[in-house]
Design a protein around this ligand. Structure first.
Ligand SMILES: [Fe+2]
Ligand SMILES: [Fe+2]
Length: 136
């Protein structure tokens, strides 16, 4: 089972954003573990919402920060978040409507959520936070 953690190469330099990334991965790991041990649908749905709540909190926090400081590439960054939000929603719906199995859910959570975050942090969050670091 893949386990996500904020390693040195994923640090953005803005402490509260790094803390949020840690919390996000912690929740995602809990969801993956719940899926791995084949928890009940009800329990799984609880974890899915628990992750989604924090995803929304985190993405909004970044977006507010970018807007507040008029980050020049905010639009592109926010667009990436938008695509991700839609994807997460689609995964949840597919699971809730029993269109995918728990195995497929785990696979999607790894490739489309966990790996997406790793890549997004490395590519987009790090360059954004490099720009914002001295301003926050
Ligand atoms: Fe982020
Ligand atoms: Fe981001």
């Amino acid at each position: 089972m893949l386990h996500y953690e904020i390693t040195e190469d994923l640090i953005t330099g803005v402490e509260f954003i790094d803390d949020q990334h840690r919390e996000l991965f912690k929740r995602l790991n809990q969801l993956l573990n719940a899926a791995d041990r084949r928890s009940s649908i009800k329990e799984m749905q609880g974890f899915i919402l628990f992750v989604r709540k924090y995803i929304e909190e985190h993405l909004s926090a970044e977006e507010n920060l970018m807007r507040k400081h008029a980050y020049p590439e905010a639009e592109q960054h926010i667009l990436e978040h938008g695509v991700f939000r839609t994807n997460y929603q689609l995964i949840i719906e597919a699971f809730n409507e029993e269109q995918i199995t728990v195995e497929q859910l785990i696979e999607s959570l790894q490739t489309e959520v966990g790996n997406w975050f790793v890549n997004h942090i490395k590519k987009t969050d790090q360059s954004t936070m490099r720009w914002l670091k001295d301003k926050v």
